[in-house]
Design a protein around this ligand. Structure first.
Ligand code: PRP
Length: 213
């Protein structure tokens, strides 16, 4: 008898793209597309239940094994880390982490300790540690672009997709910190327990991605 797999999917843009991928793979996503306030939805024609969650919670649920699979951005994976298998680059949700400064400012042209604002302090820490550069990191919860404009920091590390937000606020990207896209992750125990079903699901997704390549 085949067990139903449970997949946690990041709400928002990644959910829309994930639904598109699943539908191309033949999964009936009508319950997920009309979720109301329900957070768990059964796929009627495939043994899969979709759990709609915030990105960091997707990792938490997969790590603890209450969800077998997850779809989450590499941004969250890099920031939060965790023990799970990252099995597939889904190719959507593409953006990058960039280091950005106020237009005209010379970030590297000083010996004083630079201050960096970010919603992603761990990604920022790892980036500057790799460079052997000592920086002060200030965690900001939203609209991180404000920090250098207000004179709080010398730079930001943030997600850049089109670059429009940086531009509108007089900031310029000076370095790419990491490339980001949606990833399929798998709980380590589930991978062994439900190997065949998980392989079948991965193959279904992969076939669609290859079809598009
Ligand atoms: C992200 C990021 C930037 C913006 C960049 O915020 O923090 O503000 O997108 O996109 P752009 O390069 O296309 O202008 P998001 O909209 O994801 O909201 P958030 O504050 O929840 O991170």
């Amino acid at each position: 008898m085949s067990e139903r797999l449970r997949i946690a999917i990041t709400k928002g843009r990644l959910l829309d793209q994930s639904v598109k991928l699943f539908e191309q793979a033949g999964l009936d996503c009508s319950p997920i597309k009309d979720p109301g306030r329900r957070l768990i939805h059964a796929v009627p024609n495939y043994p899969l239940d979709a759990v709609l969650a915030k990105a960091p919670d997707v990792i938490t649920y997969v790590e603890h094994g209450v969800c077998d699979l997850g779809i989450v951005g590499r941004d969250t994976i890099l920031e939060k880390g965790g023990a799970f298998y990252e099995v597939l680059d889904l190719g959507y949700g593409k953006c990058r982490f960039a280091l950005a400064v106020k237009e005209g400012s010379d970030f590297y042209g000083t010996y004083k300790t630079r201050r960096i604002a970010s919603k992603y302090p761990e990604v920022t820490r790892a980036f500057f540690e790799k460079k052997g550069m000592d920086v002060d990191i200030i965690k900001i919860e939203g609209s991180v672009e404000l920090a250098p404009i207000l004179g709080l920091t010398d730079a930001i590390v943030d997600i850049v997709e089109t670059g429009a937000t940086l531009k509108a606020n007089g900031l310029v990207p000076i370095e790419t910190v990491a490339e980001v896209s949606a990833r399929l992750i798998v709980n380590t125990a589930s991978m062994k327990l439900y190997k065949n079903q998980i392989s079948d699901f991965i193959a279904k997704c992969e076939a669609q991605l290859e079809g598009k390549a």
